[in-house]
Design a protein around this ligand. Sequence first.
Ligand code: NAG
Ligand code: NAG
Ligand code: NAG
Ligand code: NAG
Ligand code: NAG
Ligand code: NAG
Ligand code: NAG
Ligand code: NAG
Ligand code: NAG
Ligand code: NAG
Ligand code: NAG
Length: 772
Amino acid sequence: MPFQEIRQRFPLLLIIFTFLARFLSISGQHTPRYACDIDQNPSLKEFAFCNTSLDAKTRVGDLVKRMTLKEKVGSIVSVTDKIDRLGIPSYGWWSEALHGVSDTGSATWFNKSIVPGATSYPQVILTAASFNESLFYTIAKVVSNEARAMYNSGVAGLTFWSPNVNIFRDPRWGRGQETPGEDPVLTSRYGVAYVKGLQESEDGDKDRLKVGACCKHYTAYDLDNWTSVDRFHFNAIVTNQDLEDTYNPPFKSCVVEANASSIMCSFNKLNGKPTCGDKELLGDTVRGQWKLNGYISSDCDSLEVMFKDQRWEKTPEQVAADALNAGLDLNCGDSLKNFTENAVKKGLVNESVVDRAVTNNFVTLMRLGFFDGNPSKQIYGKLGKKDVCTQANQELAREAARQGLVLLKNSLGSLPLVSSYIKSLAVIGPNANATEAMIGNYAGVPCKYTSPLKGLSDSVKTLYELGCTDVKCASTEMFERAKNAAATADAVVLVMGTDLSIEREGFDRAEIDLPGQQNLLVSEVAYAARGPVILAIMSGGGMDVTLAKCNPKITSILWVGLPGQEGGGALADVVFGRYNPGGRLPMTWYPRSYAESVSMSNMNMRANASTGYPGRTYRFYRGEAVYPFGYGLSYSLYVHRLLKAPKHLSIPLNNTQTCSSSTCKSFNATGNVCNALSFDVDIMVTNIGQMSGSHTVMLFSYPPQVIYNSPHKQLLDFKKVRLGPWDRASVSFKIDVCKQMSVVDEDGNRRVALGQHILQIGDLKHSISLRI
Ligand SMILES: *[C@@H]1O[C@H](CO)[C@@H](O)[C@H](O)[C@H]1NC(C)=O
Ligand SMILES: *[C@@H]1O[C@H](CO)[C@@H](O)[C@H](O)[C@H]1NC(C)=O
Ligand SMILES: *[C@@H]1O[C@H](CO)[C@@H](O)[C@H](O)[C@H]1NC(C)=O
Ligand SMILES: *[C@@H]1O[C@H](CO)[C@@H](O)[C@H](O)[C@H]1NC(C)=O
Ligand SMILES: *[C@@H]1O[C@H](CO)[C@@H](O)[C@H](O)[C@H]1NC(C)=O
Ligand SMILES: *[C@@H]1O[C@H](CO)[C@@H](O)[C@H](O)[C@H]1NC(C)=O
Ligand SMILES: *[C@@H]1O[C@H](CO)[C@@H](O)[C@H](O)[C@H]1NC(C)=O
Ligand SMILES: *[C@@H]1O[C@H](CO)[C@@H](O)[C@H](O)[C@H]1NC(C)=O
Ligand SMILES: *[C@@H]1O[C@H](CO)[C@@H](O)[C@H](O)[C@H]1NC(C)=O
Ligand SMILES: *[C@@H]1O[C@H](CO)[C@@H](O)[C@H](O)[C@H]1NC(C)=O
Ligand SMILES: *[C@@H]1O[C@H](CO)[C@@H](O)[C@H](O)[C@H]1NC(C)=O
């Protein structure tokens, strides 16, 4: 039937149809938000900012010129004001995708009839334990697909405030689970891979973003709520040395190497100044030195925290002006919307500064295609609900958990269990049937859960006992039942540890033992058991598991982190030998005394002999560890043999330069001499076990102690190789001397020490002498 005829015969139907179409697109439930909808409003064609053949800079310049001050201040907050006359809808900046698309941010939500859930990958600390950069990248890429699919469905934004690249410097930190651990090199590598995976445009155009990533929380955050200190009042006292060699490197890498579209400043003060109002940190460093290509956002709402909690300035207008003048572009919250107009009128901040902020924000949205009209006609337009929670995406969640799981103890090769001998398995503990506990902080709604009990029950007959009602394990009431199960079964898997009631955002641990009576349950069950006893620790932070480590009845210990929605399947794969574990701890596991004697608010990385402060992380802490950074066993054994590494390295420095060969002990790691100053280390790795497996080769160095307070050991590089039984492979490292072998001096300058550097790979040690 021709259209004319329909219009004549069913006028009402047409009205209803038109109304419905309009309603659905305007209410935004099923369609994404976007600007420059030329199909609906052809007059928008007149605006140069809607012209996709112009570059983003020109377009945003045109847009900002057209905006009033009121419209501008409504565009620098996390829920922006719509500007109807310019065809710009309200945009929600705050989405999260730390380990899967999450509904923690207000711009993303799940809805049974639209997108009910998204794939929930292991919490970052466990993924980091895989030391597999291509895994980090692959997860982020899949997450960005699900994110775009959700944006297209009208239930997510395009800007995701992930990853968290703060250093996990204290085991009690409730958000340590969100980070890639305690090492600045690993954390930087994780951040770079994750940001690239989220952002990289599939058409290879470097100016375009698939989704926007954000590295947070800049900087020296690392404490949420510990005894009487909370993050809103915490003043982190940090030396230049620690800032430059520990807290800042991951942020620098995010910007310089990964081109992250955003950095978020933190709640805390750094050396007396709120980070979001610190021009040296934002304008000078992130924007100036690192050349951020994107926007700097506040935390939610750190400006209000500056005014109300930190009493930073007398008026909220002055706080708004300070933040904008420092280099802030976007405010999570509404402080900037409320107070910027007056701040401009009072002369506290110039309108040109507001223009800079609007420009940085809108350029980012332009690179995301937000100003290019209907996204269904664009590169990701085909992604939708069907691309979320696919079988492959969920399988990757299981794979990631398997790759991260760390085997900490395995006496007499009790693992893997041989299914033909193990006819029944007691699965015991408050996390044995864990679901939500597996996904941790900043999770969304997962597609489904495979709990440990479910995963193990798929392989063998199980007897399930809680042991304690919850992870706090206050009572021993249910111990008898658990012991009986252990005594009956051929083997026992205990799944203990924490959940968000013990460690989470806003809540740090007071102690690092297994909570409540968990240790007692573990030892009583182990005593009653007649077969092998496998202790699985589910946690974000490290635990003092000395009792279990020393108990001969406990034959194996596994750290499963917070393993994501498929965590139980991954655990079963490892327990039954379908997967050979190869994860390594991304953080030191300290003894309980550490938490008893060290103040969490002490930000110093370096030890201090005069106060008895032991220092932090494997780079500075020389005390006993329950399990050290980088620790992790396999069902195979790997041996390393050195193929090639220099014994000496001559640094082509002139006498005319500040360093003369007789008195000089170190040289500036940013000078010309650094160009092409590198060497190769080649090693042969052989799997001498009977199972194929993936092995992480970590290259550490012990620098000569020439520069005051140098780390005693540091990770230079790592690579992962997959090897069949009796397979071998050569692994090559190219070491950039200035970038990788340098240390930071007390003034915060990077220098390379001359003298003997010891390289270490596994049991292998090699000395290399640097001289002029
Ligand atoms: C968009 O910009 C291009 C390049 O300057 C120009 O040729 C074209 O006419 C513009 N389109 C419109 C609709 O103004
Ligand atoms: C989910 O979306 C449907 C369709 O738009 C809507 O009717 C319903 O109210 C939404 N439910 C929730 C909980 O938001
Ligand atoms: C690293 O992860 C990727 C993605 O899962 C995987 O294909 C690869 O085999 C892993 N590398 C090693 C050496 O295990
Ligand atoms: C970083 O992003 C900008 C886009 O604004 C692009 O021009 C530049 O090529 C990117 N750099 C790299 C190294 O990808
Ligand atoms: C910190 O913890 C204390 C005690 O648990 C609680 O009363 C307080 O509200 C918390 N503060 C913040 C900012 O979360
Ligand atoms: C901003 O103004 C709104 C509306 O008056 C108010 O609800 C909100 O609390 C204000 N926010 C701040 C940080 O002052
Ligand atoms: C505003 O700009 C003028 C001219 O560049 C400058 O003199 C003044 O200091 C600026 N005001 C503020 C608050 O930065
Ligand atoms: C395990 O947890 C799931 C989901 O919470 C629940 O449905 C199931 O009944 C639990 N299994 C047992 C044996 O308690
Ligand atoms: C060690 O602590 C003492 C006493 O607080 C202090 O004076 C000294 O500066 C500290 N040394 C270092 C290297 O931080
Ligand atoms: C050494 O000094 C000479 C002359 O001053 C200069 O040409 C040369 O570039 C210097 N070499 C390095 C590595 O700086
Ligand atoms: C190190 O060298 C760079 C580049 O030559 C120079 O800018 C910097 O000031 C030097 N730093 C020190 C501490 O000498």
